[in-house]
Design a protein around this ligand. Sequence first.
Ligand code: TUI
Length: 314
Amino acid sequence: MSIKTPLCEILEIEKPILQGGMAWVATGELAASVSIAGGLGIIGSGNAPADVVAKEIAKVKEMTDKPFGVNVMLLSPFVDDLIDLMIEEKVPVVTTGAGNPGKYVDRLQKAGSKVIPVVPSVALARRMARMGVDALIAEGTEAGGHIGELATMPLIPQIVDVVDIPVIAAGGVGDGRGFAAALMLGAQGVQLGTRFVCTTECTAAPEYKEAIIGARDRDAVVTGRITGHPVRNIKNQLTRELEKMENEGASKEEIEEAASGGLRRAVTEGDVMGGSVMAGQISGLVNDIKPVAEVIDEIFKQVEQTLNKYCKKF
Ligand code: TUI
């Protein structure tokens, strides 16, 4: 059985599975591998300048003609340059995170890009749908990295009920059971981040992947709440220091300073004690490293098994 939803037609993909555009982690290699396997690979731009992101786009275009995406992180100091780059490169799908992409939607769509904002709430979902975006990624607080308040289970159906564009579920999905559950909630596809970190094609340091594999159910903790930009990452020396600073009344600026550069250190140097190993609550379920195509094949087999097991009788 192949799961096809209208989202597949909109994005011109075979399988309604997106790979999260994780800063530093989601390079051209990872994104291309996911797109080649029939999903939508997404380059994570994070805080990178446009020329760095341009190189990752070139890598994807060299490896495949299939559609791919780029995530524009709206807190980046280079947002305007990145939007220009998306338009120049005619990036098929632009996802956004950590803010409201309203003022860029029109220009991106006129240049031929599909625009899919990540939304953590019904209010922002409504606003974005009214602006005419192509789909939404509704991301629950189970996700890794910068997160919103609501969990995926209540978030998805509340958004599905008020918009008439496809909703993609993200946050806490790591296998075919989670995928099937997201479909039951009304989602037309899923976005996975943490699961795709633990793949052979992911260029993150081996220590980063091992930290996820070693994590148990309660190890993906939230730091930086007082900064207004809470982040979910695997418990380590850094998260304990940040927690201590917060308890002792450190300022927003001091916490931001202590966390700054942590993701880069973890991903590129393998500093998984002093760096920030951003990963979701599903980390406890991720126990191996395998090729992207195997991850995707197994997920779709499990979706089928799950739907057969629970839905046939009805
Ligand atoms: O963006 C993410 N995940 C990220 S971004 C990132 S880099 C970073 N590091 C430290 C602090 C802040 C950023 C690491 N992980 N996911 C998508 C996402 N978007 N999660 C939550 C949101 C979001 C939050 C508020 C989207 C829109 C929003 O709107 C507020 C508004 O302006 O209305």
